[in-house]
Design a protein around this ligand. Structure first.
Ligand SMILES: Nc1ncnc2c1ncn2[C@@H]1O[C@H](COP(=O)(O)OP(=O)(O)OP(=O)(O)O)[C@@H](O)[C@H]1O
Length: 441
C-alpha cells in the first residue's frame, strides 16, 4: 500500500492541452474516484499514474518515490481496464497468474496466489474455463483477480463496470467496495458515473476540461458543491437551477417561488442569482407554488415528476406513490434547510456552505424579516398568508419558534408541515385536493 501524490500534472496531445495542472493526494489505503464528463482527462491521468503515458510537466509520486520516468512494471501498480484485456487463449487460472509467471515466480507460489484470489472473487470453480466461456461479470472478476494476485501497492481501475448491465453493475460495485474494505489497497478509480463514485469512494475528484473542479468526500460534494458544475454533476436526478434575484434576504424566482436566502450571504438587492435545489429536497405541500406536471415516472419505491413553473422545468423526486398524470397540478416548495445559491455569471457558490440538512442549520439569522412582513414589491409572498403563528400548532408540529419562522418564510405552515403528497386535478377555483388532509384550495 502507498500514497499517490500528483503535483501540477500537465499533458498535451500536440497543441491540445488535455490536463492543465492537476494536484491530487491519495492517502494510503484510500479509495479515490476520478469523475467528470467524457473527454475531461480522467483516463489520461490514470494512464499517467500507471506509466502508460508520458508526463509533460509536473510530478507523480507513489509511496513518496518520484515515478515520472519509472517504467510501468516497476511502479508496483495493477490496472483493470474497461474491456478487461484478458488473453483469449489462456484459462482463467493462467490469465490470473500470467504476470507472476512473467516475473519469474515459482509455480507453487503462483498456484497458491491464484487460488487465494479466486476464493476472494468466487472464481474457484471457473479456473479451467476460457474467457469466451464466461459471462461479462465473471470476466470482470477475472480481470480484478489478475490485479489482486500481484498484490500491488496501488489498484488503478479504468471504468471497469461500464460494459456490464445495470443490475450486474450494482452487484460488482458492491463487490469491488467489499474487496477494498478487505484488502485496503490504495485505489484510484475512473468513472463517468457519479453514482458509482458516490457509493464506492472515500474521496471524489470532480474534473472538467483537464482541471479539478472540487475534491471532497461524497457527501461533502453533495452537501457543499463549490460551483454549479459540481452541483449539477453530483446527485441524480441532477440539481434544479432556478434563476432569480435576492431582495430583502429572500430569493425570488419564476412562478413566485420564494425562499429564504440567508445562506447566500446577501441581504440587499442582487440580480443574477441561481437557486440550486435538489429534486429530493422539494416538498409537495398545499402552501407551495403551483406547478404543472409534464412527466410522471414511478419506480415503485420512488416517484419522479418533471414539472413546469412558468416555463421553468423542475425535477421532483419523492418516496410517495401517487395517482397523477401529465397536465395535473401540484404545489411544491423548496426545503428551506437544503438550499444552494450561485452567482449566475461565475457559477460559483454564494455565501456560506449549504447545510447538511441538520435541524440546527435551518435556524434563521436574527436579521431575517418576520413572517408578518413578507417583503414588498416583487418580493411579496404569493400566498399572502401569515404562517406558523399559532403557538399551539407549532408545539404540535414539534417546531421551535425560530424554525417555524423559517418555514413560514417559504410559505410552509408550521401546523401543516408534512411531506405527504397533496395535489390538485386541473386548475382554477374548482380544483380540489384529492389526497391528504386540510382544506380544498
Ligand atoms: N492519444 C491521443 N491523442 C490525441 N488526443 C487524445 C489521445 N488520448 C486522449 N486524447 C484526448 O484527450 C482528452 C481526454 O481524454 P481521456 O480519455 O483522458 O478522457 P476521459 O475523461 O477519460 O473520457 P471518457 O470518459 O470518454 O473515457 C480527449 O479530448 C481525448 O480526445
Amino acid at each position: 500500500m502507498a500514497e499517490v501524490n500528483l503535483r501540477d500534472v500537465r499533458k498535451a496531445y500536440g497543441t491540445v492541452q488535455v490536463l492543465r495542472g492537476i494536484d491530487v493526494d491519495v492517502a494510503d489505503g484510500e479509495f479515490v474516484a476520478l469523475v467528470g464528463p467524457s473527454g475531461c482527462g480522467k483516463s489520461t491521468l490514470l494512464r499517467m499514474i500507471a506509466g502508460l503515458e508520458d508526463i509533460a510537466q509536473g510530478e507523480i509520486r507513489i509511496d513518496d518515490r518520484l515515478v515520472n520516468n519509472v517504467p510501468p512494471k516497476q511502479r508496483d501498480v495493477a490496472m483493470v481496464f474497461q474491456n478487461y484485456a484478458l488473453y483469449p487463449h489462456m484459462t482463467v487460472a493462467r490469465n490470473m497468474g500470467f504476470s507472476l509467471k512473467l516475473a519469474g515466480r515459482p509455480q507453487k507460489e503462483i498456484d497458491e496466489r491464484v487460488a487465494a484470489a479466486a476464493a476472494i472473487l468466487d472464481l474457484s470453480a471457473l479456473l479451467d474455463r476460457y474467457p469466451r466461456q464466461l459471462s461479462g461479470g465473471q470476466r470482470q472478476r477475472v480481470a480484478m483477480g489478475r490485479a489482486i494476485v500481484r498484490d500491488p501497492q496501488v489498484f488503478l481501475f479504468d471504468e471497469p463496470l461500464s460494459n456490464l448491465d445495470a443490475k450486474l453493475r450494482v452487484q460488482m460495485r458492491a463487490e469491488i467496495k467489499a474487496l477494498h474494505q478487505r484488502l485496503r489497497t490504495t485505489t484510484v478509480y475512473v468513472t463517468h458515473d457519479q453514482v458509482e463514485a458516490m457509493t464506492m469512494a472515500d474521496k471524489i475528484v470532480v474534473m472538467r476540461d483537464g482541471h479539478v473542479e472540487q475534491i471532497g468526500a461524497p457527501l461533502d460534494l453533495y452537501d457543499h458543491p463549490q460551483n454549479m458544475f459540481v452541483a449539477g454533476f453530483i446527485g441524480s436526478p441532477a440539481m434544479n437551477f432556478i434563476k432569480g434575484w435576492i431582495e430583502d434576504g429572500q430569493f425570488h424566482g419564476p412562478g413566485n417561488i420564494i425562499a429564504p436566502a440567508k445562506d447566500a450571504g446577501v441581504d440587499s438587492m442582487l440580480d443574477g442569482v441561481v437557486l440550486g435545489i435538489r429534486p429530493e429536497h422539494l416538498l409537495l405541500d398545499p402552501a407551495g407554488v403551483e406547478a404543472t406536471v409534464t412527466v410522471v415516472e414511478q419506480t415503485g419505491s420512488e416517484t419522479y415528476l418533471l414539472l413546469d413553473i412558468d416555463g421553468q422545468r423542475i425535477n421532483y423526486l419523492g418516496r410517495e406513490r401517487v395517482a397523477i398524470g401529465p397536465g395535473d397540478k401540484v404545489r411544491i416548495m423548496p426545503d428551506p434547510a437544503r438550499l444552494h445559491f450561485f452567482d449566475e455569471k461565475t457559477g460559483q457558490r454564494l455565501g456560506a456552505p449549504a447545510s447538511s440538512g441538520l435541524p440546527s442549520a435551518s435556524l434563521p439569522s436574527p436579521g431575517l424579516p418576520s413572517p408578518e412582513k413578507p417583503g414588498t414589491g416583487r418580493g411579496s409572498s404569493p400566498h399572502g398568508r401569515k404562517a406558523g403563528q399559532e403557538p399551539g400548532a407549532r408545539a404540535r408540529a414539534g417546531l421551535g419558534s425560530a424554525a417555524a419562522r423559517v418555514l413560514s418564510l417559504v410559505g410552509i405552515r408550521a401546523d401543516g408541515y408534512r411531506p405527504e403528497l397533496h395535489y390538485m386535478r386541473g386548475s382554477g377555483p374548482a380544483s380540489t385536493r384529492t389526497r391528504g388532509g386540510g382544506e380544498p384550495r
